[in-house]
Design a protein around this ligand. Structure first.
Ligand code: PLP
Length: 401
């Protein structure tokens, strides 16, 4: 049986009806170049050897799987395990695709990396990769996120990146994508636009998934070693959906329930959440077909969540496909649940999670009591150091939750 990953997406980058590449004509040749580079260079023995070396000797992979015994006892029911992407260098899963995208750019003869960033994690990861490979780096970031994620802005600057503030519209991730893309068009000869999730025009959703697959490959093997069996459920937070696709990819041909956890923000009202699959409709955004949250004019709607990295009115096309075909399940946790999980994991396990990852923790806490005797493996996509000032200044130490 040919595996799902080999068959999906098709040659045009479609996952069922979702994906593809809607490009302005000037970018078409550049995306063709990226597709061809991905198909040839990234499959070469030299590229694979270089990437393995980087993962082991620079990133610190493999990251462990931890059994969250105290949290499991507190929740009562299922046993909860976490794949520790918070221990990946720079503190989140994003370095997995950034190092690989940068390695590809290097092989393509590019001298610059460009991107948007939300929580700043992608910007930090890409700036890290640029520094490692001796390349220039230009990062676009919404002003609201710049304020909220100040330590990551400082990191990017220390790493030598040029941080471009984005001050129009909602001044967050969506606008940062628009701004970065605009700046990229005239520089596409010498720069690679390194998209920060499994979104954007083909080949990025496939490429970023494949570069994140290492998370699922490691996690499957580690979980089998620890328990002698597969987990019953695997879960991850979904913004664009890269950490979720990386974990899902390791289990997609198995009999394991896959769960994507979206941010419900402060309520289910449009504008107060970013739960795209839960509430969205089919549409186009940023050059690909997927599910989108739209306002009354059919434009991408404003979104809100306490976790900047999940703040996006679209979602990776593969998630839309997995949802429509019933291969994966999607649900949402709100800000309050995520915050409670943030405090709980810190206090009971000694792990301060990113607010994004706290959504997956919250899901596990909610599901565990309903699933006694089962196991839930979550992707702890990042560490929460970037969030501690914001969380404690805004919500104290969790006394009210
Ligand atoms: C960026 C980020 C996310 C969201 O991105 P996905 O592509 O949905 O994985 C989740 N967790 C952390 C820690 C992040 O930095």
């Amino acid at each position: 049986m040919a595996s799902y990953l080999k068959q999906t997406p098709n040659a045009e980058g479609f996952f069922g009806e979702y994906g593809g590449a809607q490009l302005p004509p000037p970018l078409e040749p550049h995306f063709k170049e990226i597709r061809e580079a991905y198909e040839t260079i990234s499959k070469s023995a030299e590229f694979i050897r270089d990437l393995r070396y980087i993962r082991k000797h620079f990133q610190g992979r493999p990251t462990p799987v931890s059994h969250l015994k105290n949290l499991s006892a507190q929740a009562g029911g299922a046993q909860i395990y976490a794949k520790r992407e918070d221990l990946n260098h720079t503190g989140a899963h994003k370095l997995n695709h950034c190092m690989a995208e940068a390695l590809l750019a290097k092989h393509m003869g590019k001298t610059k990396l460009m991107a948007e960033t939300g929580a700043g994690q992608h910007g930090v990861a890409l700036a890290t990769a640029a520094a490692y490979f001796g390349m220039d780096c230009e990062i676009h970031m919404g002003e609201i996120d710049i304020e909220k994620e100040a330590p990551n802005v400082t990191r990017m600057k220390l790493l030598g990146a040029d941080v471009v503030p984005v001050g129009f519209g909602g001044r967050s991730l969506k606008e940062a994508v628009d701004s970065a893309f605009q700046s990229y068009v005239p520089q596409a000869d010498t720069a690679l636009f390194a998209i920060g999730s499994v979104v954007g025009p083909h080949p990025f959703p496939m490429m970023v998934r494949d570069f994140q697959h290492i998370v699922g490959i490691e996690a499957r093997e580690q979980f089998m070693d620890m328990t002698g069996q597969l987990p019953d459920m695997v879960a991850a937070c979904v913004g664009g959906g890269s950490n979720a696709m990386g974990l899902f990819a390791g289990f997609i041909d198995d009999d394991v329930d896959l769960w994507g956890v979206e941010p419900m923000g402060t309520s289910s009202k449009l504008g107060e959440h970013a739960a795209t699959i839960t509430f969205g409709e089919d549409g186009d955004i940023h050059g690909f077909r997927t599910m989108v949250l739209t306002d009354e004019n059919g434009e991408p709607a404003p979104v809100h969540t306490v976790a900047s990295g999940l703040d996006y009115p679209g979602v990776g096309p593969e998630h839309a496909h997995l949802y429509r075909t019933g291969k994966a399940n999607y649900t949402a946790c709100d800000d309050k649940e995520a915050l409670k999980a943030f405090y709980d994991l810190s206090r009971h396990e000694g792990i301060i999670p990113a607010l994004e990852s706290a959504h997956a923790v919250a899901f596990a806490m909610r599901e565990a009591p309903k699933n006694p005797g089962k196991s839930i493996l979550i992707n702890l996509s990042g560490r929460g150091d970037k969030d501690i000032d914001y969380v404690t200044e805004t919500f104290g130490f969790g006394e009210d939750l």
